[in-house]
Design a protein around this ligand. Structure first.
Ligand code: CAO
Length: 547
């Protein structure tokens, strides 16, 4: 075992390029020709494949580093003695493929093939059926790929046709001598391959022996896909279900697709490749984006949809159909969104408000200014402020990515008001600076404005917590829906006298049912129980609320 330093190969004239992707981690076993890093200059991106088989010992670069020819990239543990030439591949590269993917030396000597059994050949553009100067739109194979005869190497497209260029002979792809977007004609050298020949003494079209441009092409004719530009031979291939990840865990695709994926923020390991050996093509990436957009749209539609039934109920008897008010339609959408996106739980408890009600209906009433009426709601509002101050996570919202909690230092309490047109939720702003009487006056004013349809828009914004009181109507308990983006809501049902055990006897006490629904992503059950209990304690001793 020895250690070998891997360096950046000849960059073909580019001075500095950026490391845009690290394909391996220390400890990874890497095969020869598997990508180590991806580099990008202002003209091209390129993968740097490992020239050896071994284990990555140390990475000497990180994403964002600028490197140039011969810059150290990594140290590899390899079997056998270190090969000093590995860090200097540029010295041995007879034809550096500067703008395109290949960066490794590609001579037969470096190909590590059995002596006398393999040779390096040029791959040339075959007869293009009369077309000239045709653009390369897809590189279908990667350096190091073992290609079978007739397997696609690249795709060309002119204004008349698209065509795959297959390799004639099976072998290992050593380099591309062209890049995406280049225009090629019949006879042009486009790649070099290492092939195994039956007779080692008679290698086929060795790379070192360049035939003249006029020499007839040696390769199979291209598969002309169609006679119009709309032909898409690439897409016509059967879609593969397996992701385009090679044995080293890196994604099998070209630099252009990588760049596009990076710009769009797409994790390529999630994309299924339909190219040769599951290679991800540009079409795959675009298809993936389309699919994601569609599914998001569907989810949004489902979340905000208020679609009802298509059933013809008149088959069973008489029916009439009424339009839903705008308020009801908006409420429906908000409810569906909250119900489907927030995991919510409701905590129930009872507050003993016997003493509070004696005070409210007795001593307090006589001290109130003319025309002011204080219902239990005003005390409940006051108690909520105090409970929210003690348990601030109830007066909060989840951050945009769901990984932070935004705690609010204002206590803007919205109160659900039942109006003929539907539910409205005006907000009592800065409730923490208001006393019980002020809260009573403001909640009653806001309820009146809501019922008279005179609520200004601003009066319904900025709430940090909601109270829904059905106490004036009846009921023993209910489960209010969290008013997103808030994380909790208090439901209040009708107070009723109940026999309560005081330690020696049952006593009639006026018990107020409280129901706290909460976003379980933010609030734990124990916190909800403590919060609700604390509310009950506050309401059971009126002194807490008047101080
Ligand atoms: N238990 C027993 N009695 C109660 C009570 C309770 N929890 N809450 C109120 N009351 C009594 C009041 O004291 C009042 O009695 P008096 O007239 O004898 O004093 C009576 O019920 C009516 O009260 P109110 O409803 O007019 O006043 P409020 O301050 O309690 O409530 C408001 C105001 C706007 C919350 C209420 O009118 C309302 O619209 N509630 C409906 C809210 C709603 O629809 N929520 C469901 C939303 S979906 O989750």
């Amino acid at each position: 075992m020895s250690q070998t330093q891997i360096a950046v190969p000849d960059l073909g004239g580019m001075e500095e390029v950026e490391v845009i992707e690290i394909c391996v981690q220390p400890g990874d076993s890497v095969g020869e020709e598997e990508s180590l890093v991806v580099l990008e200059g202002d003209k091209a991106s390129m993968e740097v494949p490992s020239p050896v088989t071994g284990v990555v010992h140390t990475l000497l670069v990180k994403v964002g580093d600028m490197v140039s020819t011969d810059s150290p990239l990594a140290v590899m543990d390899v079997q056998g003695p270190a090969d000093a030439s590995i860090s200097e591949p540029a010295e041995t590269d007879p034809q550096p493929s500067l703008q395109s993917v290949p960066v490794q030396a590609a001579s037969a000597e470096q190909a590590n093939a059995p002596t006398g059994a393999s040779s390096t050949i040029d791959v040339r553009v075959p007869d293009l059926g009369g077309l000239d100067s045709v653009e390369i739109i897809e590189l279908s194979a990667a350096i190091g790929d073992e290609l079978q005869a007739e397997e696609s190497l690249m795709v060309l497209e002119s204004d008349k046709a698209s065509m795959e260029i297959p390799v004639e002979q099976a072998g290992t792809l050593l380099s591309f001598t062209v890049k995406l977007g280049d225009k090629v004609s019949e006879g042009d050298v486009i790649a070099t391959m290492q092939v195994t020949t039956a007779d080692a003494s008679a290698p086929v079209t060795p790379a070192q022996k360049a035939p003249s441009q006029k020499e007839p092409p040696q390769k199979a004719p291209p598969q002309i896909a169609a006679s119009s530009v709309s032909a898409a031979p690439v897409a016509a291939k059967p879609a593969s279900q397996s992701p385009a990840i090679n044995s080293s865990g890196t994604v099998h695709t070209g630099p252009a697709v990588r760049k596009l994926a990076r710009e769009m923020g797409i994790d390529l390991t999630q994309v299924t490749g339909t190219g040769p050996k599951n290679r991800i093509l540009k079409e795959d990436l675009l298809g993936f984006v389309k699919q994601k957009v569609n599914s998001v749209n569907q989810a949004v539609t489902a979340a905000v949809g208020i679609k009802g039934s298509n059933e013809d109920f008149s088959r069973f008897g008489g029916i009439s159909e009424q339009p839903l008010s705008k308020i009801k339609q908006i409420t429906a959408k908000n409810m569906v969104a909250s119900w489907t996106t927030i995991p919510q739980v409701t905590q129930f408890d009872e507050a003993d408000i016997t003493d509070l009600e004696i005070y409210r209906k007795g001593g307090m009433q006589s001290q109130l200014p003319e025309g002011v009426k204080v219902s239990p709601l005003a005390f409940i509002l006051k108690a909520c402020v105090k409970a929210l101050q003690k348990y601030p996570q109830f007066n909060a919202s989840l951050g945009p990515n769901g990984d932070t909690l935004i705690l609010k230092e204002f206590y803007n309490l919205s109160v659900a008001v039942d109006t003929p047109d539907g539910l409205m939720v005006p907000v009592i702003k800065q409730a923490q600076v208001k006393g019980v009487v002020d809260l009573a006056r403001e909640s009653s004013n806001l309820a009146k404005l809501a019922r008279d349809k005179k609520l200004p828009m601003d009066a319904m914004m900025g709430a940090s917590f909601t109270i829904s009181s059905l106490g004036g109507i009846g009921g023993t308990a209910f489960t209010p829906i969290v008013n997103a983006p808030q994380v909790a809501i208090l439901g209040v049902s009708k107070a009723a006298y109940k026999p309560v055990w005081n330690g020696s006897s049952f006593e009639p006490r006026l018990m107020l049912p409280l129901c706290v629904s909460y976003d379980h992503r933010v609030i734990d059950g124990a916190q909800a129980a403590l919060f609700t209990r604390y509310l009950c304690q506050l309401l059971s001793d009126v002194r807490h609320l008047l101080l």
